[in-house]
Design a protein. Structure first.
Length: 265
C-alpha cells in the first residue's frame, strides 16, 4: 500500500525530528482548517500571528481569532492524544469550546439560549447546502455512541492502515452528526488528528484549495452510504502531504555543486 510505504519512508528519514518541524506543521494545519471555514489569512500571516502575536493588516480580527483559537484547540488535542487520554464526549466538547472560544455566538432556541463558545450541543436543526443533519434530539445519543465505538476500536489491535481509516471514519461520522452550532468541521478534523497522534502517525491536512472536492466527498459518502469514498479522498490528501514532506526533505539533503548554498546580493 502506497501510504504505508510513505509513512515508513517519512519515519526513516526522521522528518518529524527536524528542528521546528512540528511547530510549522501544526500552523499549516491551523491555516488550512480555518481557510476551509472562511479565513483569508495566508500561511505566512498565520505563522506570524502564532509565533509573534501580530495580526495581519487589512484582515478582520475575527479571522485572526479563528486561527489562534484553532491553534489552542490543536495543541490541546495533540497533548491529550500523546498522554493517551481516553476519548470522551466531554473531551470533544472541550475541543469544540476551544475552537469557538473567541468567535462563538449565542443561539436563542425554544429550549433556551445556547452559547456556541462552550462546546454545548445544538438545540436546533441545521443544514449546510444540500445536507441535512440528524435531529437535535438525537445528537447527544449519536455522539455518545460514536465515542464508544471509537474507544472500542482504539483499544483493539489495529494495523497502521486500520488506524488511518479509523481516523478518517471518525472525521466523517462526527461532522455528519454535526453536534454543535459552529466549528463542526474544525472539531471533526481535530478528532481525526487526535487519533493519528494517539497512534504516532503523521497528522493529516485537508488542503483548503481542495475544499470543493472535500465537501463533495462528504456528500457522496452520505448519499451512497459508502465510507470508502471519503477514505479514498482522505488517503489522497494524506499521500500528497507525505510526498510533499519527503520531497522537501530530500531536496534539502541533496548534494549539489560547491557548498550547496549561493550568496545573493
Amino acid at each position: 500500500m502506497e501510504i504505508l510505504n510513505l509513512i515508513e519512508k517519512y519515519n526513516d528519514l526522521g522528518i518529524a525530528d527536524v528542528i521546528d518541524h512540528d511547530r510549522f506543521n501544526l500552523i499549516s494545519i491551523d491555516h488550512h482548517s480555518t481557510r476551509i471555514e472562511g479565513s483569508t489569512l495566508t500561511e505566512v500571516e498565520a505563522q506570524v500571528l502564532i509565533n509573534e502575536g501580530r495580526t495581519p493588516n487589512g484582515k478582520p480580527l475575527e479571522e485572526s481569532l479563528m486561527v489562534t483559537d484553532h491553534h489552542a484547540a490543536l495543541l490541546f488535542t495533540i497533548a491529550n492524544a500523546k498522554e493517551k487520554k481516553t476519548l470522551s464526549v466531554t473531551l470533544l466538547q472541550n475541543i469544540n469550546a476551544l475552537v469557538m472560544k473567541n468567535t462563538g455566538k449565542a443561539y436563542n432556541t425554544m429550549l433556551g439560549t445556547i452559547d456556541s463558545s462552550t462546546g454545548a450541543f445544538r438545540k436546533g436543526n441545521v443544514s449546510t447546502g444540500i445536507s441535512y443533519f440528524p435531529n437535535f434530539d438525537k445528537v447527544e445519543r449519536l455522539t455518545t455512541e460514536l465515542v464508544k465505538k471509537l474507544n472500542e476500536s482504539i483499544n483493539s489491535p489495529l494495523s497502521v492502515s486500520e488506524q488511518l481509516n479509523l481516523s478518517f471514519d471518525a472525521h466523517f461520522n462526527l461532522v455528519s452528526i454535526h453536534p454543535y452550532y459552529d466549528g463542526n468541521g474544525r472539531t471533526s478534523r481535530l478528532l481525526m488528528n487526535y487519533i493519528q497522534a494517539y497512534f504516532n502517525l503523521p497528522l493529516a491536512i485537508v488542503r483548503s484549495e481542495n475544499k470543493a472536492a472535500y465537501i463533495q466527498a462528504l456528500i457522496d459518502t452520505r448519499e451512497q452510504e459508502n465510507i470508502k469514498i471519503f477514505r479514498e479522498f482522505m488517503a489522497g490528501e494524506y499521500a500528497f502531504l507525505l510526498n510533499q514532506e519527503i520531497g522537501k526533505f530530500e531536496e534539502m539533503k541533496k548534494p549539489s555543486k560547491g557548498s550547496g548554498f549561493t550568496f545573493l546580493f
